[in-house]
Design a binder for this molecule. Structure first.
Ligand code: 5GP
Ligand code: ZN
Length: 137
């Protein structure tokens, strides 16, 4: 499904060039053109979905299995010390391209990136949050 105006659908159809690293079944992966570190790869499903909320479980599974294979390859190729798998969902979470994608980001001991800042909440607050979430499941 090629959705009008979607840059990742255009990358898929080769209307926009990219450095492809993987294509298997309905999964496609290419290099991020503004990588956090070299080897930063994006994984998409060929079906256009916006984010984790509207992506079918089967498609998410295929993307995550690809993330496993690509993580191994990126780690070896870039001699990375670690790998982050990320998915930004909705603009509030940093999503800029509205075609669901996983980031495979090679990490190095001294790459200067910081872990996200955790905040302190009380055990009572954590309990409340767990209850709220469990009610929705
Ligand atoms: P998001 O913030 O939506 O999770 O990440 C989108 C990612 O896509 C960004 O890291 C950005 O650098 C990358 N990106 C945006 N446009 C293009 C493009 O035209 N080609 C490639 N290869 N990557 C892109
Ligand atoms: Zn798309």
């Amino acid at each position: 499904v090629n959705v009008e105006g979607c840059i990742f659908c255009k990358i898929l159809s080769k209307d926009i060039p990219s450095e492809t690293v993987y294509e298997h079944g309905n999964v496609f992966a290419f290099l991020d053109n503004r990588p956090i570190n070299r080897g930063h790869t994006l994984i998409i499903h060929k079906h256009h979905h916006e984010d984790i909320f509207d992506t079918p479980e089967e498609d998410l599974k295929e993307m995550m299995v690809a993330a496993k294979h690509i993580s191994i390859a990126v780690r070896m190729a870039m001699k990375a010390d670690g790998i982050n798998i990320g998915m930004n969902n909705k603009p509030a979470a940093g999503q800029a391209v509205m075609h669901a994608h996983l980031h495979v980001i090679p990490r190095f001991e001294k790459d200067g990136l910081k872990h996200w800042p955790g905040k302190n909440y009380s055990p009572e607050e954590l309990k409340i949050d767990a209850e709220l979430i469990k009610k929705e499941l």
